[in-house]
Every structure is written in C-alpha cells, then in structure tokens.
Design a protein around this ligand. Structure first.
Ligand code: ADP
Ligand code: MG
Length: 347
C-alpha cells in the first residue's frame, strides 16, 4: 500500500455480501417465512405447508406442491441475483412476488438451509448450504414440489439472535405473516404447524384451497367481520378495487387488521392507508380504526414494486387516481349503508 494513510477499497466476497443483504431480507423468522411462502406461491403451489419450532428460531420449513426446481438448477437457486422470474430487461411489469433473487442466498448466509425439490417427470434432488458454504447436489426422496428448511437462523450471528423477541412473539409474527399471505392468495391452501417440543405439534392456522375470498376473509378476520362489513367494489380507468371494510360502528382501537393487496401482493402503503383514513374521517370517532381487506388490481406497469428489499412498499405512477378511487369507493359504500360524512368531499 503506497498510501498508508488512505483506507483501501476491497471487493467483498459473495459470502460477505450475502450476509449484508440478509440483514435487509431476513430480519426475523417471519420475514424468512414470507419469502419462502411467496416462492411457493410463485411456483403455482396449490397447497403450502409451514412448520415452525421455537418461534422459527430453530426450525422453519415450507413445503409446496408447485412446479419445483430441476436438480441442475439447485445451486443457481441459492446464488445471489439469480432468479427465474424476470430477465432483468423490464422491471416495470413484475407479476411475481419475487424477482430480486436474494431470499435463498440470504437465508443460506445466516442459517442452515436445505432445498429439496422434484419437478414433474424428474428425480428429486437436494442441496444444502451452511453459513454461506454450498454443498453438492445429492439425490433425495420427495414425491413432488419443493421443501425448503431453514434451521438455526442467526445461530452464527449472536448479535442478530439477541435482537429477536421471545419464541411466542416470533411465532405470533409468523402466524400474522401466514394469515396475510392467505388473504393475498385465497385460491391456495395453507397449514401452519408449530412443532416446538417435538411430536405432531399443533395446527395454528389452516385454510383450504378454493374456499373462496369471502370464506378466506372470514377465516382470517372472523365471521363477524364479514357478516357486518361493507362490500367494496369499484372500477375506473383500469383500476379495480374490491373487498371488505368495517362499518364505522364496528371500528376498533389501535392494532386493527387493515389489509391491502396490490396485484395480489400484501403491502404496507402510506397512500392506501391515508385514503382509508380520509374516507372514514367524517364518520369515525377519534382513535377508532376500521378493519379492512382490500384488493387493488391494475396494470403492473402502473405500479413500481421495486422500492424496498422486503417489497412491502410500492409506488403508484398515478397516485392521485389511486387515492381518488379508494376514497370514492369507500365513501360510496359508507353512504350506501347510511354513513354519510359532513359533506366535505376533500380527497
Ligand atoms: P426470487 O424469488 O426473487 O427469484 P429466491 O432467492 O427467493 O429469489 O429464489 C431463487 C429461485 O429459486 C427462484 O427464482 C425460483 O426459480 C427458485 N425457487 C425458489 N423457491 C422455489 C419453490 N418453492 N418452488 C420452485 N422454485 C423455487
Ligand atoms: Mg423469492
């Protein structure tokens, strides 16, 4: 080094960059479950089975009956920035949950990951990765689909492990994640089983495939919600909003379930939450919040999902139109049920 006082720039190796990316993608067991279930849904799975132990800290397993991964592509599935979902030329027409090709690479960097798969008409094979070290592809036993198992998440990074909450709190976060995804994919079936302490374990959540959107919403938010909720249905200029929103009289305090799906993707979006708030502003007591399940569908080129690694945020190209549709649809539904605001039609 001829400039001893100047720090040297180094290219990080793949294992180190995966560990860094993992900090954003896999924050806690629930975020790993989100990525794994999304992968199953992207593979057109009809049934998704999730097994956890100890709040997901020791075991997370997601099995699906989707299209699987050919044996020769298993190493690639674990590589960073390797994906079958986009070709990289058009980031503005994404219809899959995944597209960044980081989830499996990240999980392999922060835990013991095994990936077993069997596409139709092929043999089953398995690959494992421990703390970034990828093993060989081996023959395995599996009747169909894909099984991904992540064990001992953050065991090699005690600092990260320390940031996790109690097993109970982490298990709760996983259950919330599974419920959210069950709303996003009402045609798929889900089972969440907790096997802490061994044995068959306990079924925490179960939803049958093809039970229909209304039954699915009832399963997640309760029959009482569906029986009393307003039906929301609106379409304008290629934007379509459907779903359920609570009557003002059924609104609750904080921590109420407000679910928004944009093209089937569960999102936490400020614009949509703001529109919900605006629509109810005149008919709700202060501190009350309406539960809702709302699906917004639009041409994927009109919404950018590549905003955040966890893909929970989106950016609308015509934000004003989206807000207008949501506020208008909710106000219309509220008025139909006899809840009319003071008339200030501020949007
Ligand atoms: P992404 O989902 O962004 O493509 P991932 O790291 O989550 O990135 O997965 C990498 C690739 O592995 C996917 O693009 C897909 O081809 C394959 N894959 C992962 N999980 C599954 C699964 N459950 N079924 C079929 N293929 C899968
Ligand atoms: Mg993925």
């Amino acid at each position: 080094n001829i400039h001893p006082s100047v720090p040297q720039i180094r290219q990080l190796d793949e294992a180190a960059s995966n560990r860094i990316a993992a900090g954003e993608v896999v924050e806690r067991p629930a975020s790993a479950i989100k990525e794994l279930v999304e992968n199953a849904l992207d593979a057109d799975a009809r049934r998704v089975e999730i097994t956890i132990a100890d709040g997901g800290k020791t075991l997370l397993r997601v099995s699906d009956d989707g299209h699987g991964i050919p044996a020769d592509q298993l190493p690639l599935a674990l590589a960073r920035h390797a994906t079958s979902k986009i070709d990289g030329t058009d980031l503005l027409a994404i219809t899959s949950f995944g597209f960044r090709g980081e989830a499996l690479a990240s999980m392999g960097a922060v835990g013991r990951l095994s990936l077993r798969s069997r596409p139709a008409g092929a043999e089953a094979a398995e690959i494992t990765v421990t703390a970034g070290r990828i093993g060989p592809v081996r023959p395995a036993a599996l009747s169909r689909g894909t099984v991904v198992e992540l064990r001992d998440l953050f065991a090699a990074t005690p600092a990260r492990l320390k940031f996790l909450r109690t097993d109970r709190a982490e298990a709760q976060a996983i259950a919330d994640t599974v419920r959210r995804l069950a709303l996003a994919a009402p045609d798929a079936g889900f089972t969440l089983r907790d096997v802490s302490g061994g044995g068959e374990g306990r079924v925490v959540f179960r939803a049958d495939p093809d039970e229909g959107a209304e039954a699915r919403v009832a399963r997640v938010l309760g029959r009482a919600f569906v029986d009393t909720a307003l039906r929301v249905e609106a379409e304008r200029d290629g934007l379509r909003l459907t779903g359920f929103a609570a009557l003002p009289t059924e609104a609750r305090g904080a921590a109420v379930a407000q679910h928004f799906m944009v093209n089937g993707r569960p999102v936490r979006d400020r614009l949509l939450l703001g529109a919900l708030k605006a629509a109810y502003a005149d008919v709700l007591a202060p501190g009350r919040h309406p539960a809702c399940v709302l699906w917004l569908d639009l041409d994927p080129v009109r919404v950018d999902v590549n905003v955040h690694p966890a893909k929970a945020e989106v950016r609308f190209r015509e934000a004003g139109d989206v807000r207008g549709l949501v506020v208008g649809a909710l106000r219309h539904a509220l008025a139909g049920a006899g809840h009319r605001g003071s008339g200030s039609l501020s949007m």
